[in-house]
Structures are given as structure tokens and as C-alpha cells.
Design a binder for this molecule. Structure first.
Ligand code: SF4
Ligand code: SF4
Length: 365
């Protein structure tokens, strides 16, 4: 792995867009990319599926065509749910090289591995494929992103020591209240560099309830609430880099400020996070707005948008604002139109019972 890795990575899954998420605002992304690079950061994380396949192309236009190849690192991912045989691996990988406009990938990942996708990976020989693309100079490092139990993670790490790194969903809420701590422990046990995704839990740790925000602001008045979540992750030993899905130039500015002169959390600050969590009520629906479920929905329900509005309502209690945002979702795409077919659920890495949660959210309106 690269010896010097800045602790902040640029996640390209929630880029700014106009109207539809496929229509990425490239001029805005250029400013974000330029600022990120100008501050000495290098790691850009995308995937075949982000922004309906447009994220890789957006990075080609805003980063790859405009900056020297040695000035950045590209990470992208193989959509394991779309792979049926060995040929698919080569076909998709070659398509990615083309879409990105590069002849090698720095960090290549098997995307969203879990128990079922491990079976697929074994069947299609995805691990051998990873070794081959490294031998051929088409990838520098190969790893996997993961959403399942610590037991499944251990099985994969034990059986495939050739994996260079692992990407895990870690944030202070999931460590204290979920199973992220156990995943972290496994990665440490097998001595794998950890890339953290969702450190701010899809943005939900960027806004806390009033008492929690007041406590954090009192401790560090100039720091954003999101910066606490990022510093928590980047302070963990063994963490190679922390990805932040950036949606506008202000977020890049804030993140860069946090990491330029990085200060790990002190013991007192760790305790403050514990207190904040004990007082807070967490996130009502643990949706990270990854949007993987959207493609499967025959009703075209705006699933993550509904959950974002619902979570904000549960956090702030502002019914009028929630109803107004809910009614702004285009007609026919709100929660009441869900037919409870369940097709979305197998795509959700957070294991959310989407139809039930939508039914609950629909009560806002
Ligand atoms: S359960 Fe509802 S939200 Fe999920 S795919 Fe079916 S209609 Fe869409
Ligand atoms: S419901 Fe699940 S799959 Fe859909 S956006 Fe939220 S976290 Fe992602």
C-alpha cells in the first residue's frame, strides 16, 4: 500500500447534480476536485454504479483529463451483484478503464461483499481476477468493500489473504450502537489497512439534536458537527483513509480544514461523543442515501429522499417543514405508492425493512 496516505478521501457517490442524479454538475465538481488536490489530498473513490454510471465519467472529465496521473489515486469497484461469470469481470473492468480514461486503477474493490456475494466471487473466481489485474499492471492494489456480519468478514479475510485492504462502514454511531466495532476488530486482527466509508452515516451525523450540537459547539466552536464524525474515524489506529461523500464546495472546504492540520480526538472528546450519543436518539431509519435500492423499484419511489425527510422530522420535530419537503417529492414517487413488493430490500446494505419504514414515514403527510 502507498506509504503516505492523507487521512481524507473524496467520495464521488453524492456529487452535485442538476435535476436528475445522472446529470452531474461538472463545473462545480471541477472546483471541488481542484481545491481537494491543491491541499495535498489524492484519493478519489467512485464505483461502476454511482450516479447511474455517470460518476466514473464525471471523474474523467473533472480530474483525469485535467490533472497529471501521478497527482491522484483512483479507487473504483466491481458491482458483484451484476457478475454472472468470469467474462463479466473482464467486460465490466475494461468498461471502467474506458469510462475513467485510465490504463490502470490504483485501488480496485469488489463492491459490497457479503455472504451471498462471497459465493458469487468464488464461483466466478473474482479473487484470481484481482491477482491477475495486479500482475498485468492494471490495478495497483485490490481489496473489497463489505456489508455483513463480523463472522462473514472473518471468513473472507482468512480465506483470501491476498486482499490488500478492506473498506468498512464505520462511524461513531455504528460503533457504539451497532456492529461496526466488531468489523473493525476483525480487520485489525488480520492486519488489513482499513478504508472507512460512511463516517458521517450518510450525512445523519452532520446534524444532531439541539443539546448534542450545543455540547459539541461549546467544546470546539469553529468546528462543524460533521468534523467530529470524521475525526472520530480518522483517529482510529489502522485506518488508512476516511472517505467523505462530498456534495458541494462548502463540504470540501470544511473537510479539508478538518484534515489539513489533523488533530486526533482527545480522551475528553471521546467521552463527549459518548455523552452526546447517550443523550441523542440516533437515526430513525439508518439510510445512508447510497441509492442502490432505486434501480430495483417498479414504482420508482424516492426511497432515500423519503427517509431523509423522515429522519430530519424525527430529529428536529418540525412537522410543517417535513410535510412541505414531502409534498415537494414528485407526484407518484412518495411512500404511499409503495406496493410492498420487497424488490428493493436485497439491494440495501443497511438491511432496512424498506416497505415497513416507508409506511411509517408516510404517516408524516
Ligand atoms: S417494496 Fe416498495 S419501495 Fe421497495 S421496490 Fe417494492 S414498491 Fe419499491
Ligand atoms: S434504503 Fe438502503 S439501499 Fe436505499 S438508499 Fe437507503 S441505505 Fe441505500
Amino acid at each position: 500500500m502507498d506509504a503516505y496516505m492523507p487521512k481524507l478521501g473524496f467520495g464521488a457517490m453524492r456529487l452535485p447534480f442538476n435535476g436528475s442524479e445522472s446529470n452531474i454538475d461538472l463545473e462545480h465538481v471541477k472546483r471541488m476536485v481542484d481545491l481537494f488536490l491543491s491541499k495535498g489530498f489524492k484519493y478519489f473513490d467512485t464505483a461502476y454504479v454511482y450516479h447511474n454510471g455517470q460518476s466514473e465519467i464525471a471523474l474523467k472529465e473533472t480530474l483525469i483529463k485535467r490533472h497529471p496521473r501521478a497527482s491522484y489515486w483512483i479507487a473504483t469497484k466491481m458491482p458483484m451483484w451484476s457478475v454472472r461469470n468470469v467474462k463479466d469481470l473482464d467486460r465490466i473492468f475494461n468498461e471502467q478503464l474506458k469510462k475513467l480514461g485510465v490504463d490502470y486503477i490504483d485501488y480496485y474493490l469488489l463492491h459490497a461483499m457479503d455472504s451471498g456475494r462471497e459465493d458469487t466471487a468464488l464461483k466466478v473466481k473474482a479473487y484470481e481476477f484481482g491477482e491477475r489485474i495486479k500482475r498485468e499492471g492494471k490495478a495497483r492494489f485490490v481489496g473489497f468493500s463489505f456489508h455483513d456480519s463480523a463472522d462473514v468478514l472473518e471468513r473472507i479475510l482468512k480465506n483470501h489473504p491476498q486482499m490488500d485492504f478492506v473498506q468498512l462502514q464505520i462511524n461513531y454511531l455504528d460503533v457504539k450502537e451497532g456492529s461496526a466495532g466488531k468489523l473493525y476488530d476483525q480487520a485489525i486482527k488480520y492486519n488489513k489497512p482499513i478504508i472507512i466509508m460512511e463516517p458521517v452515516k450518510g450525512g445523519s451525523l452532520a446534524k444532531l439534536d439541539k443539546a448534542a450540537e450545543t455540547a459539541l459547539k461549546a467544546a470546539r466552536p469553529n468546528d462543524s458537527i460533521a468534523s467530529w464524525a470524521l475525526r472520530y474515524c480518522a483517529s482510529l489506529p489502522g485506518v488508512y483513509t476516511t472517505l467523505s461523500g462530498m456534495s458541494n464546495i462548502q463540504q470540501v472546504e470544511d473537510n479539508v480544514k478538518t484534515f489539513e492540520n489533523f488533530e486526533p480526538l482527545t480522551e475528553d472528546e471521546q467521552k463527549l461523543i459518548d455523552i452526546v450519543l447517550r443523550a441523542g436518539k440516533g437515526t430513525a431509519v439508518p439510510c445512508t442515501a447510497c441509492r442502490y435500492c432505486l434501480e430495483a423499484c417498479p414504482q420508482d419511489i424516492a426511497i432515500p429522499d423519503v427517509f431523509t425527510i423522515y429522519n430530519e422530522y424525527m430529529r428536529a420535530g418540525d412537522k410543517e417543514a417535513a410535510v412541505s419537503s414531502y409534498r415537494a417529492i414528485s407526484q407518484g414517487h412518495t411512500a404511499e405508492n409503495c406496493i410492498a413488493c420487497g424488490a428493493c430490500m436485497e439491494h440495501c446494505p443497511q438491511g432496512i425493512k424498506i416497505p415497513d419504514a416507508l409506511a411509517e414515514a408516510a404517516k408524516i403527510a
